[in-house]
Structures are given as C-alpha cells and as structure tokens.
Design a binder for this molecule. Structure first.
Ligand code: ADP
Ligand code: MG
Ligand code: ZN
Length: 623
C-alpha cells in the first residue's frame, strides 16, 4: 500500500484545473465553429461573375462588403436562371455570398446601379479579439506543456513538480503483519528491541520517570539475516505505523532532493506518531563525510539533514528510528553518537538452533512428510542465512511438486540444500569418459582424506553430476555438531582435505587439471588466515598482521605490516600448503587400493552415499 496524501491532493487539483481548461477551450472552439457555420450554411455561394450578372439584372438590393467575402441581398425573382436559387428560397429576398475578389471597379459598379453597399463593423469586439488571438493560444500552449510534464513526470517518478516529496517513495504500512513469531532465532536482537516496543506502547511510563528513550537503533549484520524482517516485526509487535524508505531512495539526480525527502519523511512521521521510521541500507547516505575528491555534496546534504532532523524531533513523541546496514564501519561518526543511532543491534547468522527454528517458521505452511528432520538439515547448512534457509524450504516444495508428490520429504530438502550450495544439476553437460574418471578420483581423494583423518567430518555424499554453479562434482560433508572454535590441527586437516583432490589426480594420472582451482584458493585463504589472524604460524607467534574490512560482507583481511614481513608471510603460507600437500599425498598413497575401488564405484554410479563409501573403505582395510 503506497499512501501519498499530499501528493494525491496536489494531483487532483492539477487534474481539475486541466479539465476546466480543456472544457473551456473546447466550448469556445465549438461556439465559434457553430456560429460561423450556421451563418454560412444559411447562405448560398454564387460565382463572382454571377454576382455581376445579378447586378446587371437589377436583382441585387444591398451588398455587405467584408474583407474576404461579399454578402449579397437579392430579389430571387429578378435573378436570371434562378432554378437552383429558387429551390432554397421563394421569399422575396435571398441572401447569397461570393468571394471578395478585390475587383477595383466594384464600388463604381455598385454606385452606378444604386445599390446600397456598406462595410459592417466587425462582430468581434477588441476584447474578444484579444482573447482569441492571445489568451487562447497561450492557454493552449500551456495546456500542451502541462500534458507533456504530466507524462514526462510519470516516467521520471515524481516528476519535476513532485521533487522533494519523500512520500512518493515512502512505504507506509499501518500494519506490517509481521511479528516476532515470524523471526526465528535472533533472541538477543529481539530482547534489545523489546524495550523499544514497550516504549512505543506506553511512552508515559518512561516520561514520568524522566527517562529518555533512545531515538534510534542500528541493525547490523550480514545480508539476509533478517534485519528488514526484524524492523517490520518491531512495528507489528508495537502495533504502530511503519514508515520505511531505503537509503538509496534519498540519493537522486536533483540536488537538494535528498534533504527535502528527509524533511518530508520526518514531517510525515510526526503526523503519524506513534510510528517507526525504518531506513534500510543506511550506508547509502550515511557514509563518512570526507574531503576526498569524489565527495558527494548531495549525499552530505542529505546526511546533514538527517542528523539535524534526528536532533530536532521530540523524543517524547513516540517515534523510533531503526536503520539497517551491513557496513557499519563506513557510517559517519556523527550518526553513531549518543542521541542518534546509539544502540547497535547485531543480527548474526543463525546458529544451529536458530537455523532449525527458521526452517520450521518457513515450513509452517508447507505439507511435510513424517521423515523430515530439520535438525539434520540445520546441521548441513552451517553458515546459511535466514534468507538462504527460506529459499531452501521453497526449493524443496517446488521439487516435491515437480516429482508429483503431495508432501515435502527429507530427500527434497537435502536436494534443496545441494542446490543452494552447489547449484542445480546440469544434466546436459556431458563429461567425457576421461574427465569423468578424473573427477571421480578427485572427489574421492577429498573424501578419503576426510574419512582417514580422525578429526574431520564424515562424508555425507559424493556426486560427480555437474552442477550449474561450476563444480563438476562435490563432496558433501555433514558435521555432527556445530563448532564455534577451530583448533590448529583441525585447520591443517581441512587444508589437507582441500589439497587431497589434486593429490589424487597426481597419484593416479600423474598430471594436474584445472579442476582444483577452487580447492587451491580456499586452502590458501585458510593457510593465510592461520598466519595473519589466528597466530598459528611458527615465525610470527601471536602477532596480528591484518585488519578486517567489511566484516559483515564476507570480510577480507587487509595486510597491516611492512613489505619484508609480507614476503615472510608468503613463505609461511607456502610452508603450510606444502606440508599439507605432502600429508594428503601420503594418506592417499597408503590407501591407494581404497582410492581406486571407491573411485571406480563412483565413476560407475555417479553418486555414492556416506554409508556405501564407508563400507568399501572398511572392506579394503579389513582384508
Ligand atoms: P536483511 O538482513 O538483508 O534485511 P531480510 O530481513 O530482508 O534480510 O530477510 C530476507 C528473508 O529471509 C526474510 O524475508 C525471511 O523470509 C528470511 N529470514 C531471514 N532471517 C530470518 C529469521 N531469523 N527468521 C525467519 N525468516 C528469516
Ligand atoms: Mg534488508
Ligand atoms: Zn576439489
């Protein structure tokens, strides 16, 4: 629902005005046409020569000389060959007209024949003339201009007339229809927001004691964790109006628009209080003001307006401002100081329990088979956000429909997880025999390294069906429980697993393929993090060597050291990689028989489950 009172009123006025104008124009036009055509239609045109003939035969009584025509009053009886004329009139006088050909002898002829002639004073008064020749054309041009603006304005959204009307973009909802029940997990965030809800319910309680409510809270977290959802839920819980606008809506090509949008937004809020103003993606306007060359005046103006509006409004008015961002570090300090967005509510990626709850929330309206176990799914989706999980449930439901089932079962959900992680199966990509063999060995290499190092997770499934997201095959692992800490040994083991794919290729085919690119990248990143962030290298001890950037957007470590150190870091990383590569090699060499047996199985079947895998492995081992 897009409410837009002020603008609508303005629009209506404009419409009424335009319709009056059109009506007036059309009616004048019609009036003119009518009078003119009436006068002409009741007369009959004759040729000029006929007119002269009529003078000869003394039929003409009177002539009215107009600039373009002569109006002739004649006696029909005296007109020679008057068949067609007498048809229209049998009275003793008839009115005819002929074009004024500018005959220089006309006056002489008329005088000679004693015909009354005169030039009538024009019907048109000067005033009427003025209107016709000046006002009407101007109005007409104006009308066309207005129409043009109207249509152009529609295209530009708001149009030139609507510049600065924030309400054109403000999304106002009396009821969001979302409550805390719809937001699973995020208990800490909910708790922090509970106070705000309480304040919106009864601001008097706070006012009496003299407490000031925090004006704003900033929701911070990675994309898809439910920040927007939480803001809506707060409005729903407090049962107040929800005004939302996205940071990028403020930034427009017209200078000063952003600032006036902010002003209008707060005006609208104060007339709708109690309410929640929600500014989504606030980093679009809230970036640090700096003196760099690409400084953006328009954005700074908008930000300044926002700052002063936040200071200006009365905190007893029961208006709370929520904002969301996933880049809190770029926000201007002034926005974050007490009295503005002084509360920061962290919305993290959900943990195991959170993921299970989110799955349940989204599966509420989905028909489920009895075999569905959300705990297993939650275990397999470590690192997934709420949005990912919502998507998974939907994918699973779609899958069930495709399979012509009436219920979603566990297999659908697992397949959905795979789709989200690795993309859809790409049945049309056909691997050559040789490629298929290499992929099988590569994947089994990963899986064997996993299974044979005691601290790593057991394998859930291996597949060599290509997926749309680029992998030719993959190994799906299933942790038994969620880890929050990782030991150095575990990290080394994981790197070893990542490198084992390529190692298998080397051992069996004595060659290297491009298939290991992603493994190499991930292994290197991990090794690098061990050195840079976790103090797990021999040489650097516990020295921190990097800063985090964009923590909530797949944060990247930025080096924070001298050049010589950087070179040494690379050495350390290389050392870790080399050691792990060696280890992977030796594990696979020791278990070459298992590697071959399992790979052949996978090559034939294209899929292998964890159980089948362990069965073959045990057989080989116990021989
Ligand atoms: P963002 O943090 O990027 O603003 P959204 O709030 O837009 O994320 O979340 C996107 C979608 O993900 C929501 O509409 C909802 O369906 C789902 N979602 C995210 N987090 C949760 C959660 N904690 N509980 C239930 N659904 C969630
Ligand atoms: Mg959002
Ligand atoms: Zn691999």
């Amino acid at each position: 629902m897009q409410e837009n009172n002020k603008d609508n009123k303005g629009g209506n006025n404009k419409k009424i005005f335009i319709s009056i104008l059109v009506f007036a124009l059309i009616s004048t036009f019609l009036m003119n046409l009518l009078t003119a055509s009436y006068a002409i239609r009741s007369m009959r045109e004759v040729e000029y020569s006929k007119f002269l003939e009529m003078i000869e035969s003394k039929a003409v009584k009177k002539v009215e000389i107009l600039s373009d025509k002569l109006v002739i009053y004649a006696d029909p009886q005296k007109i020679e060959n008057n068949e067609n004329i007498s048809k229209i009139s049998n009275s003793d006088e008839i009115t005819l007209y002929t074009g004024n050909v500018g005959d220089p002898e006309l006056y002489e002829t008329l005088k000679e024949n004693n015909i009354i002639f005169y030039r009538p004073i024009e019907y048109n008064s000067p005033f009427f003339d003025f209107i016709m020749s000046w006002i009407i054309p101007v109005l007409f041009i104006y009308l066309i201009f207005m129409l043009f603006m109207h249509f152009a304005g529609k295209k530009m959204g708001g149009g030139i007339m609507g510049v600065g009307k924030s309400n054109a973009k403000v999304y106002m909802q009396k009821e969001t229809g979302v409550s805390f029940k719809d937001v699973a997990g995020q208990e800490e965030a909910k708790e922090s927001l509970q106070e705000i809800i309480d304040f919106l319910h009864n601001p008097e309680k706070y006012r009496e004691i003299g407490a000031k409510q925090p004006k704003g809270a900033l929701l911070v977290g990675p994309p898809g964790t439910g920040k927007t959802l939480l803001a809506k839920a707060v409005a729903g819980e407090a049962n107040v109006t929800f005004l939302s606008i996205s940071g990028s809506d403020f930034v427009e090509m017209f200078v000063g628009v952003g600032a006036s949008r902010v002003r209008d937004l707060f005006k609208q809020a104060s007339s709708n209080s109690p309410c929640i103003i929600f500014i989504d993606e606030i980093d679009a306007i809230g970036k640090k003001r700096d003196s760099s060359l690409n400084g953006n005046d328009e954005r700074e103006q908008t930000l300044n307006q926002l700052l002063s509006e936040m200071d200006g409004f009365d905190s007893s008015k029961a208006i709370v401002i929520l904002a969301a961002t996933n880049r809190p570090e770029v926000l201007d300090k002034a926005l974050l100081r007490p009295g503005r967005f002084d509360r920061r509510i962290i919305v993290e990626k959900p943990d195991l329990k959170g993921r299970e709850d989110i799955l349940k929330v989204h599966a509420k309206n989905v028909k489920l088979n009895d075999d569905v176990n959300f705990n297993t799914i939650a275990l397999a989706t470590s690192g997934a956000t709420g949005a990912d999980l919502a998507n998974m449930v939907n994918e699973a439901a779609l899958m069930a429909v495709r399979m012509k089932r009436t219920e979603v079962c566990q297999a659908d959900l697992m397949e959905a997880v795979e789709i989200i992680i690795a993309g859809k199966e790409k049945k049309d990509r056909i691997l050559s025999d040789k490629e298929k063999k290499i992929v099988s060995y590569h994947e089994v290499g990963h899986a064997l390294a996993t299974a044979l190092q005691k601290n790593t997770q057991p394998v859930q499934k291996i597949t060599i069906v290509p997926r749309t997201m680029g992998s030719l095959g993959y190994t799906m692992q299933m942790p038994e429980e969620e880890h929050y800490l990782m030991t150095k040994d575990e990290m080394l083991e994981q790197i070893t697993v990542l490198l084992a794919g390529r190692s298998a290729e080397e051992i069996i085919f004595s060659t290297a393929t491009t298939g290991a690119a992603n493994d190499i990248q991930r292994a290197t990143e991990m090794a690098r993090n061990m050195v840079l962030q976790y103090g797990m290298s021999e040489h650097f001890d516990m020295m921190g060597l990097s800063d985090m950037e964009n923590r909530y957007l797949d944060g990247k470590a930025v080096l924070n050291c001298g050049e010589l150190t950087a070179a040494k870091i690379d050495e350390e990383v290389l050392d870790i990689i080399k050691r792990c590569h060696k280890k992977a090699e030796s594990i696979l060499l020791e278990n070459k028989e298992a590697l071959e047996k399992i790979s052949e199985f996978l090559y034939k079947e294209e899929n292998i489950t964890g159980e089948q895998f362990m069965k073959i492995l045990d057989e080989v081992k116990n021989k």
